[in-house]
Design a protein around this ligand. Structure first.
Ligand code: FAD
Length: 554
């Protein structure tokens, strides 16, 4: 990475000894599916746990999830089939051991949710309802309240979390940076420096820190993600010396509601799973000519097909046709209510849809225990790169991954706490930042320009020239933004977005092939020499690569 992005180890100046000190065994940053599941596990195993979240549990990617959780619970499905579907979507970049682990442990995690009182949808005879989504060749997606799976999952996990011994929950507490005793890459993480509007800056010292800070959708002008998804965890981990992997890979969801002035609400893949059609301006099903699975092709295929269809026909959206789906309103009550706000009735009207940034596939590289290459730092959920998703995430696999890796990292952190007698810290950490002599730049403008540039230049279809432009633009804005000292989250988030936006753009420029969610217009398909993870670490000018070993022929 370029110097501008490397200069700061911390976002703000501080002296640890002058701040309030808090001690815990396990610090979990994030209270979505991954963080909550990790904290439940660690607390239940006897570790002292602090969970922090910068915003309400209703504003997590988890709470926004609609479609469901994928898992093999039926006799007419198999672990092997789920494994193969995941590999097929991942387009040659999945790490097979990670895929095996998640699909094998997934069913137990879903059954556990049933025991904890999660209200999955059931049919008249009390059997669990099961849906199908793009890329799945079997019905294996379990959902709740029709299209409110994430909300019900957060409710269930949060109630469980609050009744778990040894857990403290810090609401609206913003993690600025992970603390290391020195600035050297490889120095262990000892906790985090945090900010709370009422309590100000605090040092939280922990034996193990689990980063479960979610995604990065706000990097893009068009996104399904809620406002807090500003890539803080990725930026924090990068500054702390952790390796990030496969940052080029961002999944774009094909179908978000496209109405000028309205937010980009998701129209779940499950709607296409129930038989909805995508229509062009002449009301023809164009996906029939694009892929054998038509509307249920993997997301990257559908998103690209929509972009190309729009290039052919002009305009800003295609149509989603649900008029023939029986019982739409009871299966998708949330979507029906959202459409009603705009006077759209899915039983009568065509719905205007357009793709939007949805899921950050790249992340902080970790092993099968969620361990990063920085001692003391584990990762779980969307912020992590476990190798499960490869070059493209299979629908409904991410809640599953959060559950599986949440439990694994929580258990590992509790084990460290039990094995290690002394609590970490306090260590004297000093962050000295010289005042900048660069001019001022409007922060809101930077954020909005960054999001537009990412959408236009680092979006669904990418080209070398535009990617190079994006890299330069981000560098320019960074020069006038990363040198400043802010005292509230909007500034810190924007700084984090610049760091991570640059990682995404640079990785996309480096990857001269089209694979999974990453499409380069100059390159027709995958190139064998790029069947590697690209790994980036602070202080390294060029990415390292790690060959992906594949035994399965997909
Ligand atoms: C609209 C939508 C629909 C989706 N549908 C599905 C689906 O049907 N099935 C599926 O499997 N996946 C779905 N996904 C993806 C899935 O929801 C996410 O990948 C998953 O929930 C991520 O969980 P997480 O715990 O990693 O992060 P999140 O749930 O996003 O939680 C992140 C947590 O980190 C906290 N945080 C972030 N930064 C900081 C900071 N600096 N300081 C303190 N706290 C911080 C946040 O406040 C939050 O508590 C969907 C995503 C969206 C947006």
């Amino acid at each position: 990475m370029q110097g501008t992005f490397e200069e700061r180890r911390y976002l703000i100046p501080f002296r640890s000894s002058l701040l309030p000190q808090i001690f815990t065994d396990v610090l979990v940053v994030g209270a979505g599916v991954a963080g909550a599941r990790a904290a439940i596990e660690a607390g239940a195993a006897g570790a002292d746990v602090i969970v922090l979240a910068k915003d309400s549990i209703r504003q997590t990617n988890t709470a926004y999830a609609q479609g469901g959780i994928a898992g093999v619970l039926r006799d007419d499905d198999s672990i092997d089939a789920h494994f193969k579907d995941t590999l097929a979507a991942g387009a040659g970049l999945c790490d097979e051991p990670a895929v095996r682990l998640v699909v094998e442990q997934g069913p137990a995690r879903i059954r556990e949710l049933l025991e904890w009182g999660m209200q999955f949808d059931r049919d008249g005879s009390g059997e669990l309802c099961v849906g199908r989504e793009g890329g799945h060749r079997a019905f294996r997606v379990y959902h709740a309240f029709g299209d409110a799976t994430g909300r019900e999952l957060e409710r269930c996990l949060f109630e469980k979390l609050m009744s778990t011994d040894n857990v403290r929950y810090f609401d609206e507490c913003f993690a600025l940076d992970l603390i290391t005793p020195s600035d050297e890459v490889g120095a262990p993480v000892l906790g985090a420096i945090t900010y709370h509007a009422r309590f100000g800056l605090q040092m939280i010292w922990a034996r193990t820190t689990i980063l479960a800070s979610g995604g990065a959708g706000q990097l893009y002008r068009e996104t399904t993600n809620p406002k807090p998804a500003t890539a803080d965890g990725l930026a924090m981990a990068y500054r702390a010396g952790a390796t990030v992997a496969d940052m080029a890979f961002v999944q774009f969801h094909p179908t978000t509601l496209y109405l000028p002035g309205a937010g980009r609400s998701l129209i779940s893949e499950a709607v296409r799973g129930e038989g909805a059609y995508l229509l062009d301006e002449s009301e023809n099903r164009f996906m029939l000519h694009e892929h054998e699975m038509a509307e249920l092709a993997p997301r990257d295929v559908v998103a690209r097909s929509i972009v190309r269809q729009l290039a052919r026909q002009g305009g800003r959206h295609v149509w989603l046709d649900c008029r023939h789906i029986q019982g739409f309103a009871s299966r998708f009550p949330g979507i029906t209510a959202e459409l009603k706000r705009f006077e759209l009735d899915p039983s009568k009207d065509l719905i205007p849809v357009h793709p939007a940034a949805h899921y950050m596939i790249g992340g902080v590289r970790c092993d099968l225990e969620g361990k990063t290459d920085v001692p003391g730092l584990l990762v779980a959920g969307e912020v992590a790169s476990t190798g499960l998703h490869g070059a493209n995430r299979l629908a409904s696999n991410s809640l599953l991954e959060g559950l599986v890796f949440g439990k694994i990292t929580g258990a590992a952190a509790a084990e460290t706490a039990a094995a290690n007698g002394n609590r970490s810290g306090p260590v004297a950490v000093v962050s000295d930042i010289r005042p900048s002599d660069h001019g001022e730049i409007d922060l809101a403008d930077v954020r909005s320009s960054l999001r537009s540039a990412m959408w236009r230049n680092v979006g669904i279809e990418r080209a070398g020239g535009k990617l190079a432009d994006a890299v330069e633009m981000l560098k320019f804005w960074a020069r006038y933004t990363l040198d400043k000292i802010f005292d509230e989250p909007f500034g810190w988030e924007t700084q984090n977005m610049l760091v991570v936006g640059s990682l995404v753009a640079r990785s996309a420029a480096w990857r001269e092939e089209s694979r999974g969610a990453h499409t380069r217009v100059e390159y027709e398909g995958p190139v064998e020499r790029f069947r590697v993870h690209d790994l980036r670490c602070r202080g390294e000018a060029e990415p390292r690569t790690l060959r992906v070993e594949t035994e399965e022929l997909v």
